[in-house]
Design a protein around this ligand. Structure first.
Ligand SMILES: C[S@@+](CC[C@H](N)C(=O)[O-])C[C@H]1O[C@@H](n2cnc3c(N)ncnc32)[C@H](O)[C@@H]1O
Length: 312
């Protein structure tokens, strides 16, 4: 399989431009979402890059595929099959105590969305959705074991679905009769409960599948932890770059950057707020978006937003 079949990288040139601070001589960079290896490869093509890259992916298959593509740089890459949320442990196990940059291109690769079990509602596969097969909970287990309230919260928060109670009621009723085991089991429940036109049906199913995916892979929790821990590890001038694909992720990143650039903190004293040193300088006043040309070539890139910040 070639690189483009596996995944077409989104905003990759811009991401690498932001990631590499040319004033730093010897880099220790982290590609926290190796995927098809597109970003890591571009780092080696950057004229100012000298140093090493630690390339991480949760998905074993993605990792072994990218290792072949990046073979010519193998002596300067440390490949890690792990979770970017464990960045502190990963960096320390690699023998370092700081990094000069990290990039997170969030979400999943085209290969995962098209080929791995449970992600696509267009074909009937087991409802798995784990990017990391060592994780315990599958989407099917969530649908069959969460309480009605837990399901309502999940679909409301992660899918931003209004009146999510109706959906969890339908799931609850159906799972008593038959275990929800495959993607089409879930699709059938939805199509029986709601009469929707084709476009609305696709949008609705996309929201449902997105919320399950976020829960199975703890996507938002991992992101929050990775942002905080990577910022601790960055040296002054080191960069943190994110590419996100939905508003929940983007909100977390935007708020985190804002919080870290603040210069004062609220205290109990109404007349006096505590001065604090800012930790990050935001490099992207507005998020960068893909060009029209990029969206034309790869429709999945249309919702992408790139944000970058530099450690002070
Ligand atoms: C959008 S793709 C990255 C594509 C990559 N930039 C490229 O150029 O091919 C996202 C990748 O991140 C991985 N991933 C998602 N969450 C992760 C996490 N918490 N830790 C490590 N890898 C993760 C997925 O398995 C997937 O391969």
């Amino acid at each position: 399989m070639n690189e483009e079949n596996f995944h077409i990288p989104v905003l990759s040139n811009k991401a690498v431009e932001y990631l590499i601070n040319e004033n730093i001589e010897n880099h220790i960079l982290v590609d926290g979402t190796l995927g098809g290896g597109g970003y890591t490869k571009l780092i080696f093509g950057h004229s100012s890059f000298r140093g090493k890259v630690i390339s991480i992916d949760k998905d074993e298959y993605a990792l072994s595929h990218a290792m072949q593509i990046l073979n010519e740089f193998a002596d300067r890459i440390i490949f890690v099959n792990g979770n970017f949320a464990d960045i502190k442990e990963i960096i320390s196990a690699a023998g370092f105590d700081y990094i000069s940059g990290i990039v997170l291109d969030l979400g999943l690769s085209s290969f995962q969305l098209n080929e791995e079990d449970g992600f696509s509602f267009m074909k009937d596969t087991p409802l798995d959705m784990r990017a990391f097969k060592k994780d315990e909970l599958t989407a099917s287990e969530i649908l069959n074991s969460y309480s009605k309230d837990e399901l309502t919260e999940l679909f409301g928060n992660y899918g931003e679905i209004g009146n999510a109670g109706r959906l969890s009621d339908a799931i609850y009723k159906n799972r008593k009769v038959k275990k929800i085991a495959t993607t089409f089991d879930l699709v059938n429940i939805v199509t029986h409960e709601y009469s929707l036109g084709n476009k609305n049906k696709i949008d609705f199913l996309a929201k449902i599948f997105q919320s399950l995916r976020i829960e199975v892979n703890s996507e938002l929790k991992n992101l929050e932890k990775a942002l905080a821990d990577s910022t601790d590890l960055l040296i002054p001038g080191g960069r943190i770059v994110t590419v996100s694909y939905h508003s929940l992720e983007d909100r977390i990143i935007k708020n985190f950057f804002r919080e870290k650039k603040k210069t004062s903190e609220k205290t109990d004293d109404p007349f006096f707020d505590k001065d604090i040193d800012p930790v990050l300088r935001i490099l992207t006043k507005k998020p960068e978006a893909p060009s029209r040309e990029e969206i034309r070539k790869n429709s999945r890139s249309r919702s992408a937003k790139l944000r970058a910040a530099e450690k002070i």
